[in-house]
Design a protein around this ligand. Structure first.
Ligand SMILES: [Zn+2]
Length: 688
């Protein structure tokens, strides 16, 4: 079972030694605590004890930090906070603040030889707005290293965290919940323990608590009253199901509790032992099936096994694959999900491509596509290459050996190499270090009759700036006697293949289930082509509508006027106008009508011109235009969107593509019995 889950319960806790709160409130230990706990100072020199009292109404905070310190240290505290004392045992330590506001702590005379931790007290009023923190009665979030506590040194170690808030508020923090105390009408106190971390984050809010114990884990929801009544049970139920599934696959959750807490901020964030979800997204019906499993999966990857950020963030890719894709797989929608990912990636302009290893967790849409989707496809290819058993074995060994330590990509590569008994470096390295993806093509496909059946042969060709990438290409042949599945390893630019079969082949398809990370061939034009390309320009046929472009693209864009000539190979263009003006403009520029008659449909519509990176946004009036512009960011994967006068989306879709680019059908005429009389090559080029 878990060497983590039980090991750290036996470590001595050190929270209430000398703590004023305990005298005040008394100890109401939960059943989770056993008689085996010793309350006292830890002997682990890397351990930290943090005791925080927080009042979101006044933004007042006071804290106590106990930590071993062998050398002088300096740290930053937010404006408004002051260190009130610094001691080691009875010895007062010198603490000063420099002109820039940074605090400097002298370690004291015999720091190196002392077993005693340093105790720091600080207090003050937190700024109401910070770059990263938020403190408010409606919701508080204090992220790690944001100046609300002294970050002394950077050594990972056990963290004992105690958070006290006024009655009416509840709090959650890094690690497993150890106990909580309610003092009705007065205070609420919760204690957390993390076996090994450098970071500490806390959140608080006007929350109701619901909880249930599932497979040894306390699952908790911390929602404001309205959300609690309406959604908490659903979240607990879904979390319970997902937890059971994840634990069966990966081994135990590395924390004894997991809290799903609401935040007024529009976030979806994972921390050790808890997740923060935006109050606005919690009611959305798909969130318990998408964001919730994703954030829970982060308990293993990112908030469990840590990310060595300078060497690249692998955790989003792995989490996306093991949560989002896994759920789609259960619902029979995995292939559709992969096709969407590949279409999104295909919409990336060359200037926005970067290597997966360069992804750190950036918020820009292009970086996220690569870090999440491109990365998840890499794990999908790996799993198909090495098989489910070796894949899961590798995952469990990473969780076992690296829990609460920071891992880099090489740790993952080594774990999968060990699980398969052969090195996986040659597979991983190109996908990690080279930007972009290959396009695949078929050449010289031919079928020959032979004495005992048929022989199908051809050449697989890879193209792309950094080709060749290592691929294991699925080839599927439909025959009179059913399907034949073959995997063709491909490490070079050209790979001949040859398949023998007894039944007559009807068709050959390459990668029919979108299992490969590649350019999917000709793709329908989608809105994301405009939003991802930083060179996209805007043409507002009425100057009053120019501001709408910012809502569609999510940024300012260069504007052109109706007098600027349209260039054939120009950058993408977003054109905005009222229904009639836009129709006139399109006709005057000899651009084709949309494939479906939607140009005057309903109240407002957006569509991409097939064949050109031009998106058209038209509406019967300014209100209809504004309504559609505000919702378009949810429709990046569509070629067209139509809205009615009430702002309801009534039609969306993707322009149909004529043929599958990597499928070849055979008729009787294609079969030759002699090599010398074989048909000319059947070639199905696909354009990247
Ligand atoms: Zn994530």
């Amino acid at each position: 079972m878990s060497r983590y889950r039980y090991a750290y319960r036996l470590l001595p806790l050190e929270l209430c030694h000398g703590c004023r709160l305990c005298g005040l409130l008394g100890l109401l230990l939960l059943g989770l605590l056993t008689a085996g706990f010793a309350w006292g100072e830890s002997t682990d020199s890397s351990s930290r004890t943090l005791i925080i009292q927080l009042d979101p109404t006044t933004r007042a905070i006071q804290g106590e930090l106990r930590q071993h310190l062998s050398a002088d240290a300096s740290f930053h505290l937010l404006k408004g906070l002051t260190v009130t004392s610094a001691q080691r045992g009875d010895e007062a330590l010198a603490i000063t603040q420099d002109a820039e506001g940074r605090w400097h702590l002298a370690a004291g005379d015999d720091a190196a030889g002392s077993d005693l931790p340093v105790t720091l007290h600080w207090r003050g009023t937190l700024p109401d707005t910070g770059q990263r923190h938020r403190i408010d009665v409606a919701g508080t979030f204090l992220p790690t290293r944001s100046g609300w506590y002294p970050q002394l040194g950077d050594t990972a170690g056990p963290l004992s965290l105690s958070v006290e808030v006024p009655d009416g508020q509840l709090a959650v923090g890094s690690g497993s919940l150890i106990e909580e105390q309610y003092d009705k009408g007065n205070r609420y106190l919760a204690r957390f323990y993390h076996p090994r971390t450098r970071e500490v984050a806390i959140a608080a809010g006007p929350w109701q608590l619901r909880e249930r114990t599932v497979e040894g884990v306390q699952l908790r929801t911390l929602f404001p009253e309205k959300l609690d009544k309406a959604f908490a049970e659903t979240y607990l139920q879904r979390a319970a199901e997902q937890l059971a599934r994840f634990q069966a696959r990966l081994g135990p959750l590395p924390y004894t509790s997991f809290s799903i807490a609401a935040s007024p901020a529009p976030v979806g964030l994972a921390f050790p032992g808890f997740t923060l979800l935006g109050e606005r997204v919690i009611p959305l019906p798909f969130i318990p099936h998408t964001s919730l499993p994703h954030e829970l999966m982060h308990a293993w990857w990112g908030a469990g096994v840590g990310v060595d950020y300078p060497s690249g963030n692998w955790a989003e890719a792995l989490t996306t694959y093991l949560a989002d894709h896994d759920l789609a797989e259960q619902q029979g929608e995995a292939e559709a999900m992969r096709r969407r990912w590949l279409a999104d990636l295909a919409a990336l302009p060359a200037s926005q491509e970067s290597a997966l290893v360069a992804f750190r967790g950036d918020a820009d849409p292009a970086g996220r596509l690569i870090g999440y989707q491109h990365g998840a496809m890499l794990f999908h290819m790996l799993r198909q290459r090495i098989g489910d058993a070796a894949f899961d074995l590798g995952l469990r060994s990473i969780a076992n050996e690296w829990m609460h330590h920071n891992a880099d990509w090489q740790v993952l590569i080594d774990a999968f190499s060990q699980a398969t008994g052969e090195t996986q470096d040659a597979f991983f390295t190109p996908w990690l270090t080279r930007p972009g993806r290959p396009s695949l093509h078929l050449e010289s496909v031919q079928v020959k009759r032979q004495e005992s059946g048929y022989r199908l042969s051809g050449i697989l060709v890879q193209r792309g700036q950094h080709a060749p990438w290592p691929l294991n290409v699925p080839l599927v042949v439909d025959t009179d006697a059913g399907q034949i599945n073959h995997r063709q390893p491909m490490d070079g630019l050209r790979q001949p293949f040859e398949l023998s079969m007894t039944a007559r082949p009807r068709a050959l398809e390459v990668d029919p289930a979108a299992d490969l990370l590649r350019h999917p061939g000709s793709t329908p034009p989608i809105l994301r082509q405009l939003t991802l390309d930083p060179t996209t320009r805007v043409l507002a046929l009425d100057e009053a509508h120019r501001a709408l472009a910012q809502r569609v693209l999510g940024r300012e864009a260069e504007a052109i006027t109706p007098f600027d000539a349209l260039r054939d190979e120009g950058p993408p263009l977003l054109v905005i106008g009222t229904t009639d003006t836009l129709l006139e403009w399109r006709q005057a520029n000899h651009l084709p009508a949309p494939p479906e008659p939607l140009e005057t449909a309903e109240a407002a519509r957006f569509w991409m011109l097939p064949g050109q990176p031009i998106g058209l946004l038209s509406g019967n009036d300014t209100d209809a235009l504004a309504q559609l512009a505000a919702t378009l960011r949810h429709h990046g994967q569509q070629s067209y969107v139509v809205q009615d006068g009430g702002g309801q989306t009534v039609r969306v879709g993707v322009w149909p593509m004529k043929k599958k680019p990597l499928r070849v059908s055979f008729t009787a005429n294609d079969f030759s019995s002699q090599p010398s009389t074989s048909q000319p090559p059947v070639s199905q080029p696909s354009t990247p």
